[in-house]
Design a protein around this ligand. Structure first.
Ligand SMILES: NC(=O)c1ccc[n+]([C@@H]2O[C@H](COP(=O)([O-])OP(=O)(O)OC[C@H]3O[C@@H](n4cnc5c(N)ncnc54)[C@H](O)[C@@H]3O)[C@@H](O)[C@H]2O)c1
Length: 442
C-alpha cells in the first residue's frame, strides 16, 4: 500500500495563550483542573487529548499510543490563560462561589487561581437579561469596544510572551437571534459595529475581534455568534479555524450515545421527554425564555439527524421530543436530568426506558473545553482553517458546511475525529473493514 504523507504542522513551541470570555463555573473548573493536572494531583479524567489512546495500523500491529504521544499538541505546561467577565472576582473567588470543586481541591491551586483576574467585559444586557455586573467596558460604539478588546489581546500576548492564541467562549448563553442583514457580509457587520446595530451581540464582538486577528475561535454556548455568514466568511478570508456550538455534556451526550443504538436495531421511538433541574448561574440565565430558546434549539436538533425520520418514517416519523430546563437553586451545579423514552419494537409492542442522570455540569464540560482548545490550536497550526467539523464530537449543535447535515452520532463523530488525527500524521485511515482476514481460500 502506498505510504501516506503527513500534513506539515507548525511546531507547538512557545506559550499558547487561551483567552476566555466568561470566567464562571466551567472556566474556573477548567483552570483548577489544568493546574491540578500540571501539579500531578490527579489524572486528566475525561480528556481525549491527555488520556485518550489511538489505534494506528492493523489490530495485529498492537500500536495504541496515547494521542498526545503521536499528535503534536501544545503541552499543558505551555498554556497561559486570560479572560473577561462582567464580575471582577478573581478565579479563586469565582470558583468558590461556583461551588463545583471542593474547598480542599481549590486550596491546592489557590495561588494560581487567585492570580487570574478578569479583564473588563464587552457586555450588553439585552442579550443576557438575567445578569448585570460592574466590570464592563464603556465606549460610544461597538467598534470602539472591539478596539478595546483588540488592545486587551495584544497586551495579554506580549505580557505573557505567547507564541499564538486561541479564544473560547465560556460565557453565559445569549438570547436566541436569527441572522439578519447585518450578519450577512463582513462589510455589513463592520458597518453595524460602527453604527451600533442592535443585532450585534457581545459574543459576536469577541468572535469578530479574534477572527480578524487570526485567532481561532470556539463557541461553547448555543447562541448564534460565529454561526453566521459574516463571521464564517471572515474566518475564511483570514484563514482561521473556528468551531461550535454548545458543549455536549450531560443529557445531550446521553442522547447521542443511546439514539444511535435504537436506530442501529431499528427500534421505533414515539416520544422522548427530557427535563432537568439546575441551580447554578447558567441555570438562572437559562430561566429567561429567550436564552432558553437558544439552548432548546441546540438540544432539540440532535435526534432528527441521528434517527432520520425522512428515511425511517414508520419508526421516527411521529416522534414527540420535548426538552425542559428548570432553574432550581438548591442543586447548584449538580444538574439532575430525567429522560422518559417511549419506544416500540417487533409487532409494534411498546416499551419504556427511564434515565436519571445525576451529573456535575462543569465537571463534564471542563475536559471538553480543554480538548477543544488543544485540537483547535492543532488545526490552526496544520493549516486547517474554517469550520472544524471533525470536532463535532464535542458539540450539541456542531457547525457544518451548508451543503451537508450535521453529524450527531457520537460514535461516527469519534471515528471522524480519530481518522482526522491519523490523516494529519500520515497514518492509514481505519475503516474497520478487515477484509483481508476472510481470504483464507484461493
Ligand atoms: N456546564 C455545561 O455542562 C455546559 C454545557 C454546554 C454549554 N455550556 C455553556 O457554557 C457557558 C458557561 O456555563 P457556566 O456554567 O460556566 O456559566 P456561569 O454563569 O457560571 O459563567 C458564565 C460567566 O460568563 C460571564 N459573562 C456573561 N456575559 C459575558 C460577556 N459578554 N463577557 C464576559 N463574560 C460574560 C458571566 O458573568 C459568568 O461569570 C454557558 O453559556 C453554558 O450554557 C455549559
Amino acid at each position: 500500500m502506498a505510504e501516506r504523507k503527513a500534513v506539515p504542522i507548525r511546531e507547538a513551541k512557545g506559550k499558547l495563550g487561551v483567552l476566555i470570555p466568561g470566567m464562571g463555573a466551567v472556566t474556573t473548573t477548567l483552570l483548577a483542573g489544568i493546574e491540578g493536572i500540571r501539579r500531578n494531583l490527579y489524572p486528566p479524567f475525561g480528556s481525549v487529548t491527555q488520556m485518550g489512546h489511538i489505534r494506528l495500523g492493523r489490530r495485529d500491529e498492537g500500536r495504541q499510543p496515547l494521542v498526545k504521544q503521536v499528535i503534536p499538541l501544545a503541552d499543558l505546561n505551555d498554556v497561559v490563560v486570560g479572560g473577561w467577565d462582567i464580575f471582577p472576582d478573581d478565579c479563586l473567588t469565582a470558583a468558590r462561589k461556583a461551588g463545583v470543586c471542593t474547598n480542599e481541591q481549590l486550596d491546592q491551586v489557590k495561588d494560581y487561581l487567585g492570580s487570574i483576574k478578569p479583564m473588563s467585559a464587552v457586555f450588553d444586557r439585552r442579550f443576557v437579561k438575567k445578569l448585570d455586573g460592574p466590570n464592563v467596558k464603556q465606549a460610544k460604539t461597538l467598534w470602539d469596544k472591539h478596539l478595546m478588546l483588540e488592545e486587551d489581546i495584544h497586551r495579554f500576548k506580549s505580557e505573557n510572551g505567547c507564541d499564538r492564541l486561541v479564544m473560547i467562549w465560556i460565557g453565559s448563553t445569549e438570547v436566541y437571534i436569527q441572522p439578519s442583514e447585518v450578519h450577512f457580509t463582513v462589510e455589513s457587520f463592520e458597518a453595524g459595529l460602527k453604527n451600533n446595530d442592535p443585532g450585534i451581540s457581545s459574543s459576536m464582538i469577541y468572535a469578530y475581534t479574534a477572527l480578524k486577528n487570526g485567532i481561532p475561535y470556539i463557541n461553547g454556548a448555543p447562541h448564534l455568534t460565529n454561526d453566521c455568514p459574516a463571521l464564517t466568511k471572515l474566518a475564511q478570508e483570514k484563514k482561521v479555524a473556528h468551531c461550535g456550538k454548545d458543549f455536549k455534556t450531560g443529557q445531550t451526550l446521553m442522547k447521542t450515545i443511546i439514539a444511535p443504538g435504537f436506530k442501529a436495531r431499528l427500534l421505533g421511538v414515539d416520544g422522548w421527554f427530557s427535563t432537568n433541574i439546575l441551580g447554578n448561574r447558567d441555570g438562572e440565565v437559562l430561566d429567561d425564555p429567550d436564552s432558553f430558546k437558544s439552548k432548546e434549539v441546540s438540544k432539540l436538533s440532535v435526534l432528527d439527524t441521528i434517527l432520520q425520520p425522512d428515511i425511517y418514517p414508520e419508526l421516527y416519523g411521529d416522534l414527540f421530543h420535548k426538552v425542559r430546563i428548570n432553574y432550581y437553586p438548591p442543586r447548584g451545579d449538580n444538574k439532575e436530568s430525567w429522560d422518559n423514552i417511549d419506544i416500540f419494537g417487533w409487532m409494534g409492542r411498546k416499551m419504556q426506558i427511564k434515565i436519571n442522570f445525576l451529573c456535575r455540569d462543569s465537571i463534564l464540560a471542563a475536559p471538553v473545553a480543554l480538548d477543544l482548545i488543544l485540537f483547535t490550536d492543532l488545526a490552526q497550526r496544520a493549516g486547517m482553517s474554517g469550520i472544524q467539523e471533525w470536532l463535532s464530537f464535542y458539540f450539541k449543535a456542531p457547525l457544518h458546511a451548508p451543503s451537508v447535515y450535521p453529524e450527531h452520532d457520537l460514535f461516527i463523530q469519534l471515528w471522524k475525529m480519530k481518522n482526522t488525527l491519523r490523516y494529519l500524521i500520515g497514518e492509514e485511515l481505519i475503516t474497520h473493514l478487515g477484509i483481508e482476514y476472510y481470504n483464507y481460500f484461493e
